[in-house]
Design a protein around this ligand. Structure first.
Ligand code: ASP
Ligand code: MG
Length: 403
């Protein structure tokens, strides 16, 4: 029999009315003759509420206790959904992550799944029940509850789909698929029927918030087809899947942007071996993640190095770099936090040329200055002033005829 995993996000279980609606959707799927395993998030806003409770107790809540607390959000929604299914006349049982053997490493609040035993799920399916599993949580080898990082229910769903060898993992959310760009910015943005894992990874990391990024990596690794759909309106959704030759015909499949970074520039850096290693060694030791790096050609033995980091790490990075500047005799450190990164993405770039220049020309026509550029096989990203983000997104969406 075919088996599907369905994951419903926080907005899909936001209140009792929504829970009843998705119970009907799950029931309909079951009626069509499939085995269904459901994964749910906490009701919308609940995880934030729990985090804020913890911070009312202490500035630095213990990670183990935080996980215990956060895991309770999903426990509420699984029980309510199983009750809703029962009251429609369907046999359903709710399970926590530990109950279905989602074994993780020991890193509280950002644990990774190591193994899934899923015994209780198999048993429930055999008894023709609909298992409803709490997303976002697992158990480590010390038998402590762990959570998988914000948005982690997507990971639970993908990992379960892989472990159960499901035909597809359906991710229900409040948008009806993955779009060529943010529809709030570009009116004629188009829903994509299909997108490759690699493109989705780029889109997800560049700020398109439909899917949790680690879950996409996981889906790619284990070749789990993901279908992103809305639980609010009917539609075909977007299939995230393995690349096929057809996909290469489309040169650019999407335009993504992110306003969540800052640019730090260290100027007057002595241009000698080992300096970059020192700068980024310091950043790495602090666990900060650098995205783009640019080094200028040197003049009189001095150069400038700029890099971007997540905005919330700006202060930390500035403190580190100000200290380091003195050690390495650099002249100055400054920060620009009014930047945005704008990117075009498409597997077709592998086999087409002239894409980057087309992007630069389109931005130039609008007098948008490019501060940094980076490329990969399937994307070109530019850092620009953030006030031009919306304009740049529109211009590029038009230029590559995505509408
Ligand atoms: N409830 C968790 C969060 O808000 C997990 C999830 O929604 O996927 O991050
Ligand atoms: Mg979520």
């Amino acid at each position: 029999m075919s088996l599907i995993v369905q994951k419903y996000g926080g907005t899909s279980v936001a209140d009792i009315a929504r829970i009843k609606i998705i119970a009907e959707m799950i029931a309909a799927e079951k009626e069509s003759g499939k085995d269904v395993v459901v994964v749910v998030s906490a009701m919308a806003g609940e995880t934030d509420k729990l985090i804020s409770l913890a911070h009312q107790v202490t500035d630095e809540p213990d990670d183990r206790e935080l996980d215990m607390l956060l895991s309770s959000g999903e426990v509420v929604s699984i029980a309510l959904l199983a009750m809703a299914l029962n009251s429609l006349g369907y046999k359903s049982e709710s399970f926590t992550g530990p109950q279905v053997g989602i074994i993780t490493d020991a890193f509280h609040t950002r644990a990774r799944i190591k193994k899934i035993t899923a015994d209780r799920i198999h048993k429930a399916l055999k008894e023709d029940k609909i298992p409803v599993v709490a997303g976002f949580q697992g158990i480590n080898e010390q038998e402590d509850i762990t959570t998988l990082g914000r948005g982690g229910s997507d990971i639970t769903a993908v990992a379960l789909a892989s472990a159960l060898k499901a035909d597809v993992c359906e991710i229900y959310t409040d948008v009806d698929g993955v779009y060529t760009t943010d529809p709030r910015i570009v009116q004629n943005a188009r829903r994509l029927d299909k997108i490759s894992y690699d493109e989705m990874l780029e889109m997800a990391s560049l700020g398109a918030k439909v899917l949790q990024i680690r879950s996409v990596g996981f889906a790619k690794k284990y070749n789990v087809p993901l279908l992103v759909k809305s639980s609010f309106k009917e539609g075909k959704g977007t299939l995230v899947t393995m690349e096929d030759p057809e996909m290469e015909d489309v040169v650019v499949s999407g335009v993504a942007y992110s306003k969540e970074q800052s640019k730090i520039t260290i100027s007057g850096v002595p241009d000698r071996p080992g300096i970059a290693a020192k700068i980024f060694g310091r950043i790495a030791e602090a666990g900060l993640i650098v995205d783009m790096i640019v080094q200028n050609i040197s003049e009189n033995g001095l150069t400038d190095i700029s890099f971007t980091i997540p905005r919330e790490d700006t202060k930390k990075a500035m403190n580190l770099m100000s200290g380091l500047a003195k050690e390495i005799d650099a002249l100055d450190v400054n920060v620009d936090d009014s930047i945005a990164k704008i990117s075009i993405i498409g597997v077709g770039m592998r086999s087409h040329s002239g894409i980057a220049s087309k992007m630069f020309a389109a931005l130039a026509k609008e007098n948008i200055n490019i501060m940094m550029i980076s490329t990969s096989e399937i994307k070109v990203s530019c850092v620009i002033q953030s006030k031009y983000t919306e304009l740049a997104v529109r211009v590029l969406h038009d230029e590559f005829e995505l509408g």
